[in-house]
Design a protein around this ligand. Structure first.
Ligand SMILES: [Fe+2]
Ligand SMILES: [Fe+2]
Length: 274
């Protein structure tokens, strides 16, 4: 019988980006159909690969070797969307990896629902951006992309709480900070398809950060730990940079991330409050 970890590993081992994201959406639908029928798929114990399969293109470069992007030009906006598409493809793998890598840790079924839903949404996000790139005369794989994307997964492969702290609560929260300016760029040029894609991403990413915060707090409760202190300790140990303000405090709050979680990890002091 097919298990949830089988479905996850199938996505992680699919190399072609369009095939990976289409399979991800089909596998998410299988999981939710079985849940709706009251016959949830067993979790199983299929092991995820250390690194997910990826297409031969894009060429992966160290961040310092990446060409600079100038959003004032069409080529610059294509490069921006290409970079976000690469992040979304990585996020598909990150969410299925959480499902498979930590399946041995007993969690309520809602944990798996949340990450399968997040993986499904990331697959949609990649597809929306890949479609935009094609409308603009390019495609995913046409430009080089950031090589270090899987590092956070490797650094937190042995610790679910560290994975939740670093991936949804730091990296995906960062997306909430920077996406509004990207939407403004495409609003300014009247590129409606890209604007709509980024607005969908912005709306749905709040949920992914919220899932991270919810299950992080759940595990803190299970182990009788102080969430804020553990969050700071895990991010300092597993994330190799400081957090960069300005923060989107409104969306972070909506996602269950209070200021005293992220400001102490920032490379600047918070603005004085009245
Ligand atoms: Fe996304
Ligand atoms: Fe996400």
């Amino acid at each position: 019988m097919t298990t949830l970890t089988d479905l996850a590993v199938a996505v992680l081992t699919a190399a072609d980006a369009r095939e990976k994201t289409a399979l991800s959406r089909r596998n998410a639908a299988l999981w939710f159909a079985a849940r709706a029928q009251g016959t949830p798929l067993p979790l199983g114990a299929a092991l995820p690969p250390d690194r997910p399969a990826r297409p031969a293109r894009p060429e992966l470069l160290a961040p310092r070797d990446m060409p600079r992007r100038r959003p004032g030009t069409l080529a610059g906006r294509v490069a921006l969307l290409h970079a976000v598409a690469h992040i979304e493809l990585n996020a598909v793998d990150l969410h299925w990896d959480i499902v498979a890598r930590f399946a041995h840790i007993p969690m309520p079924p809602g944990f798996h629902d949340d990450w399968v839903k997040a993986a499904d949404e990331e697959s949609k996000h990649f597809t929306l951006l890949a479609d935009c790139l094609e409308t603009m005369g390019s495609h995913y794989g046409a430009l080089p992309a950031h090589a270090g994307m899987w590092r956070a997964a490797e650094d937190t492969a042995g610790d679910l709480m560290a994975r939740l702290a670093v991936v949804p609560m730091v990296l995906e929260a960062r997306g909430l900070d920077v996406t509004p300016q990207m939407i403004d760029i495409f609003r300014g040029t009247g590129e409606a398809q890209a604007m709509a894609a980024l607005e969908t991403i912005y709306a749905e990413e709040v949920g992914h950060v919220a899932y991270g915060s919810k299950w992080f707090h759940f595990l803190c409760g299970r182990h009788d730990l102080d969430p804020k202190e553990v969050f700071h300790a895990l991010v300092r140990r597993h994330f190799h940079a400081t957090l960069k303000p300005p923060f989107n405090e409104e969306k972070r709050a909506e996602a269950g991330l209070p200021p005293d979680f992220y400001w102490p990890l920032a490379d600047a002091a918070p603005p004085a409050a009245d």
